[in-house]
Design a protein around this ligand. Structure first.
Ligand SMILES: *[C@@H]1O[C@H](CO)[C@@H](O)[C@H](O)[C@H]1NC(C)=O
Ligand SMILES: *[C@@H]1O[C@H](CO)[C@@H](O)[C@H](O)[C@H]1NC(C)=O
Ligand SMILES: *[C@@H]1O[C@H](CO)[C@@H](O)[C@H](O)[C@H]1NC(C)=O
Length: 143
């Protein structure tokens, strides 16, 4: 290889590397600016497997500006969404003739936490930031 072609190769490599790095950086910035990811909320149907009772759950969640619509969850299914709006998310669950409601995301309570987990159980609606150490936050009521 002549000296000039070595220099040329070197410049070529530098250019390639620089443009590649720039693309990656721009890509990341784009993702961070495009999404205001506050937390992931996950709701899991943990109802017991009991042939004489329904195990299907209907969930409806909404905030001031977003209506997530009605979701049907079979036993052990989960439903999750990314909160991008700094506002209260209110959820309702229907289990046969029983009804429960709770605040799935509260900016004051949940800010700074990556995830908010909810377990829907026979004994009520349980909360955790860590998918462990569950605390009951709502109970079933008759409609
Ligand atoms: C199943 O549901 C029936 C009717 O509600 C109840 O009496 C029974 O105790 C339940 N069985 C179990 C194993 O939870
Ligand atoms: C729930 O389970 C039933 C039967 O196992 C299935 O047909 C249905 O598609 C399931 N629904 C969802 C939302 O996964
Ligand atoms: C939450 O914990 C359950 C049970 O340990 C596990 O199966 C599940 O994968 C966990 N989910 C997440 C999102 O960490």
């Amino acid at each position: 290889m002549s000296t000039s072609s070595q220099i040329f190769s070197f410049i070529f490599l530098v250019l390639i590397t620089t443009s590649f790095t720039t693309t990656i950086t721009l890509g990341n910035n784009h993702i961070e600016e495009g999404q205001n990811h506050l937390a992931t909320v996950q709701i899991t149907n943990s109802l017991p497997n009991n042939n004489s009772r329904p195990t299907i759950l209907k969930i409806r969640c909404s905030s001031k500006h977003t209506n997530l619509g009605e979701k049907v969850l079979n036993r052990s299914d989960d439903y999750r969404w990314i909160v991008e709006e700094k506002s209260l998310y209110f959820c309702e669950a229907l289990w046969g003739r029983l009804f429960a409601s709770w605040h799935a995301f509260q900016p004051k309570r949940d800010a700074g936490h990556d995830s908010v987990f909810w377990l829907v159980e026979e004994g009520g609606i349980f909360f955790s930031w860590y998918n462990s150490s569950w605390v009951r936050r709502s109970v079933w009521e008759s409609e």
